[in-house]
Design a protein around this ligand. Structure first.
Ligand SMILES: [Zn+2]
Length: 71
């Protein structure tokens, strides 16, 4: 998988399947239903068990730790 040609199956805005290439650039698509054009690009491979900071990380910290530190 090179990640150069990603084909969306649904419009991310309206969910329609009427998608066609929007230009010469690979990854540019436009929706025939809502007329929106968007770009699809590969960012990274997400590894299982190695998530970015999420809700679980902040839940360990008690809320309001820094509140009232200056007074
Ligand atoms: Zn659409």
């Amino acid at each position: 998988m090179t990640g150069e040609r990603q084909v969306p199956f649904f419009c991310p805005y309206c969910g329609d399947e009427n998608l066609r290439p929007a230009g010469p650039e690979a990854g540019d698509w436009e929706c025939g239903a809502c007329a929106r054009a968007f770009r699809l690009s590969f960012v990274a491979v997400s590894r299982p068990g190695h998530r970015a900071a999420g809700p679980d990380d902040s839940a360990d910290r008690p809320p309001g730790t820094l509140a009232g530190a200056g007074s």
